[in-house]
Each structure stands twice: as C-alpha cells, then as structure tokens.
Ligand binder design. Structure first.
Ligand code: ADP
Ligand code: MG
Length: 270
C-alpha cells in the first residue's frame, strides 16, 4: 500500500470503456535501483495469441507476473477485461485491493510456469481440482467431471490418478495446463513452458498450447521456441532491457525485423 501509484493525467477515467482483453499502460517496475520494466504498453485482443521474445533478463517474466499482481507495478495500470488489476480507483488515487480480492482476480488469469509447480502429494486429478474446490468453492462433483474432461483434452486420460513423481516432465506440464484451465480463466499466461523439458518432450506440450490457441483462448506466451512462435502467434513482441523494442506479425518480426537489437537476438537464436 505504501507504493500505490497515483492516477496520472494521461490515464483514462475509470468509467471509460476499454478496448482489448488485456490492457497494459505505461507499466514501470524496479527492483531497488534496477528498473526492470521501463514503460510497457501493450494491448491484447480477445482470442489473440501473443508471443513475447527477448534475451534473458529483459523483463519478460516480471511483465507476466505484473499481469496477475504477483509483482506490484510502480507506475502505470493493467486491466483485464476492463477490470483494473490490483487496485481500485478512489478520489484520484489507486488503492491496493485486499488479499482476497487479489486472489479472486488471480483466478481469472491462468498461469503456467517453467517449473510445473504441481503439488507432489496430490494426484493429477487432485492437482486440477484443488483451486476450483478450495479457492472458488465450486461443487466437487462438477469440478471433478470438468477436471477429467480437461485431463483428457491434454492427453492424460490414463494418468488421472498418477502422482507427479510418476509422470514425465511433459506430462506434468500438461497437468499444469489443465490446472490453469480448470479455473475457466479469461486469459492464460505461459512463462517458458517448455524450457525445463527434455527436448523429446517439448512437442507434446507445444501441441496442447497450439490446440488452446486454435480454440480461441487468449494467450500470452514467453518462449524461446521460435518455430512455435512463428507458427502459432498472431503477434510477436520483442523485449530488451525492460522495453518493447518492436512488435508485429510473425512474418514481420522474423522476416523483416526493423531494429538492430531484434536482428541481433534472432541471429543468435534462429
Ligand atoms: P526475463 O524473464 O526476461 O529473463 P526477468 O523479468 O526474470 O527477465 O528479470 C528481469 C530483471 O529483473 C533481471 O535483472 C532480474 O535479475 C531482475 N529481477 C527479477 N525478479 C527479481 C526480484 N524478485 N528481485 C530482484 N530482482 C529481480
Ligand atoms: Mg523469465
């Protein structure tokens, strides 16, 4: 609460109708003296798939984490489906939401991390049903039926009762995706979802993400899988040193990058 950002003159009044499912406006974030996000502005439309590329340390994970208020922004605003994340405007200032309000917002935003973060003592099914039953307090039978459906959708119909230690990394990550979807999120954020996987397991996870993209789910994916980004993303955003250097269609970014830093990055990774 001490660092609640003020609403600045350039911010829209809270009543103004918003465009875009995710609206990130001039977001700044520092860790101590290290300014990690230097004014990020990005709009993601409903159903859009946005791939975020950039060198290590450029602020990609921090940006994703600000979207569900795992990191507090120092300045700027983020709205999801017209709802301000983490704050409520009152008397010309933004007041931080209470913990339970932040948690309620977070359930609308699915997040899949590099390290799958499954509960080791719960089965695949229990991992998927945990949050809907305990955080959203939805009925157990309906949640279980939906979880089974989601595990089938990610190709794990036969692993429903397996524990994480009995699953490969690719299978664990697919459970993590089913878990994110079980909250019926408005958007799903992926932070390098295949970086921790053995190479032969990468495609089974990318295939699941691809089918999500094709079904119209709004996705933001930080990835180093350039072929995947080129094939699946509607838009590619290239970040470097806390800023968006350029963005465009995959054809533009991979085919005719305008900035030297984008070219230098792509020449290293392609
Ligand atoms: P990327 O995901 O693009 O590799 P990050 O967002 O993880 O970049 O990190 C950007 C910068 O912020 C790095 O310099 C990193 O060391 C720093 N950073 C990230 N998280 C923290 C934190 N919790 N405390 C201090 N510094 C952090
Ligand atoms: Mg990262």
């Amino acid at each position: 609460p001490t660092s609640a950002p003020t609403v600045r003159p350039t911010d829209p009044p809270a009543s103004e109708p918003t465009r875009g499912l995710i609206q990130i406006r001039d977001v700044h974030k520092s860790f101590g003296a290290n300014e990690v996000l230097k004014g990020i502005t990005l709009t993601v439309e409903p159903g859009e798939v946005v791939a975020v590329l950039g060198p290590s340390g450029s602020g990609k994970s921090t940006l994703l984490r600000t979207i569900n208020h795992l990191e507090r922004v120092d300045r700027g605003t983020i709205a999801v489906d017209g709802e301000l994340i983490g704050y409520r405007p009152r008397n010309g200032r933004l007041h931080e939401l209470r913990e339970h309000e932040v948690l309620a917002q977070r359930t609308q935003i699915g997040m899949v991390f590099q390290s799958f973060n499954l509960f080791p003592h719960l089965t695949a099914l229990e991992n998927v049903t945990e949050a809907p039953i305990h955080a959203q307090r939805r009925g157990k039978a309906a949640v279980r039926a939906r979880a089974v459906e989601l595990l089938e959708r990610v190709g794990l119909a036969d692993k429903i009762d397996a524990y994480p230690r009995q699953l490969s990394g690719g299978q664990q990550q697919r459970v993590a995706i089913a878990r994110a979807l079980a909250l019926d999120p408005k958007i799903v954020l992926f932070d390098e979802p295949t970086s921790a996987l053995d190479p032969e397991l990468v495609n089974e996870v990318l295939d699941v993400i691809r089918s999500l993209a094709e079904s119209g789910t709004t996705l933001v994916i930080v990835t180093h899988e350039m072929t995947f980004a080129r094939d699946v993303a509607d838009r590619v955003v290239f970040m470097d040193q806390g800023a968006i250097v350029e963005e465009g269609t995959p054809a533009q970014i991979f085919g005719t990058p305008r900035h030297e830093r984008t070219r230098a990055f792509l020449s290293k990774v392609l």
